[in-house]
Design a protein around this ligand. Structure first.
Ligand SMILES: [Zn+2]
Length: 346
């Protein structure tokens, strides 16, 4: 408890300088922060702009714009605008200094968090076997290969027992709450979700939870979603398939397309983008063929940005309304998917 508070205090002092605020904003991009707050948006044409409902004032038609390059927002409804710090000031009614301290706390991963996340992941992994509702859900999503489940270290949060499991091991309630594993009421934040550990450099950087019931949204722990999923094992391939959802990735891995990685959403953070640009390769962008066209729009936009970096891109067009997961779940096979790759547009 004490250690946690002095840690925050240290960050607070450390962040009075403008340079640190700039670093903080790079570490936690405005769009990432908004998405962590469940802000949903669609990209506008080919630019770096996104629009959605304003989180600062009630409205029914989207007038809140975010420029992901400039890291700024503006709302045409209430006239508010600015950077991440400004947004936190307005949305949480905090002073500038308080907002910076709040964000520092959210975006910095203290060292012992690595060990806690590892323990939480092990716990969730053990639970998966024991909960038929979770296994049924995986089956519904077309996942049947135990080797893939094991390799990706997938787990399940049945709720209620994580806190006891981790506090018995000596981790403080405060730390678990600060990491976002427990909600403000002290309950398991990932309740009834399938868990995917997101690893970076061999360590778990975040956890992604996909609800097995429609009622709960999918979610990450606070902080960056990290780099591309399973990038360590995919980066070696000269051609890479990029999908937006983890259940797209699992069915493709299962079908033998091991050169598939996932950006966890259509918006790539700076790190993910740099990973793709790291060496010359061809990238098959396989975003959802959703009815409103937002997946295809995002993929066109990303293709342009990648091409500007000298990366060869192909846009894979799936049958109407399908994402890779639904395609395989509804009986599609590897041979058919291969023909989509061959027909992919430049
Ligand atoms: Zn507004």
């Amino acid at each position: 408890m004490l250690a946690a508070f002095s840690y925050v205090g240290f960050q607070r002092e450390n962040c009075t300088v403008g340079e640190d605020v700039e670093k903080l904003k790079q570490r936690l991009p405005l769009l990432d922060y908004l998405q962590q707050q469940s802000w949903t948006a669609r990209p506008i044409a080919f630019g770096p702009e996104f629009v959605g409902l304003c989180p600062l004032h009630p409205e029914t038609r989207p007038s809140f714009y975010v420029n992901a390059c400039k890291n700024l927002f503006y709302c045409h409804g209430c006239g508010q605008g600015g950077d991440l710090i400004r947004f936190v000031q307005l949305s949480r009614h905090l002073s500038f200094r308080q907002s910076v301290a709040y964000l520092e706390q959210r975006s910095t991963v203290p060292t012992d968090s690595v060990a806690v996340l590892e323990q939480a992941a092990i716990f969730y992994q053990q639970q998966l076997e024991r909960h038929p509702e979770a296994l049924r859900y995986l089956q519904q999503r077309g996942l049947r290969d135990p080797a893939v489940i094991k390799e990706l270290r997938m787990g399940y949060a049945p709720g209620g027992s994580l806190r006891r499991h981790l506090t018995v091991q000596g981790y403080s309630f405060d730390l678990l709450q600060r990491l976002g594993l427990l909600n403000p009421q002290g309950c398991d934040a990932f309740y009834r979700r399938v868990i995917f550990p997101c690893c970076q450099g061999g360590r778990i950087a975040n956890l992604y939870g996909r609800s097995i019931a429609a009622a709960f949204a999918h979610q990450f722990l606070p902080g960056s979603k990290g780099g591309l999923f399973a990038w360590e094992s995919v980066r070696q391939f000269p051609t890479v398939i990029l999908v937006e959802g983890l259940f797209d990735l699992v069915v493709l891995w299962q079908a033998g397309f091991r050169h598939t990685t996932c950006s966890l959403g259509t918006h790539l953070n700076a790190e993910q983008f740099q990973q793709l640009c790291g060496c010359p390769r061809t990238i098959y962008l396989t975003f959802d063929g959703d009815a409103n066209g937002s997946g295809q729009q995002a993929s066109q936009q990303l293709a342009q940005r990648l091409r500007a970096q000298g990366i060869i891109t192909r846009r894979v067009i799936l049958p109407d309304g399908h994402d890779p997961n639904s395609f395989f779940v509804q009986g599609g096979d590897a041979r058919q998917f291969h023909s989509f790759l061959e027909a992919a547009q430049t």
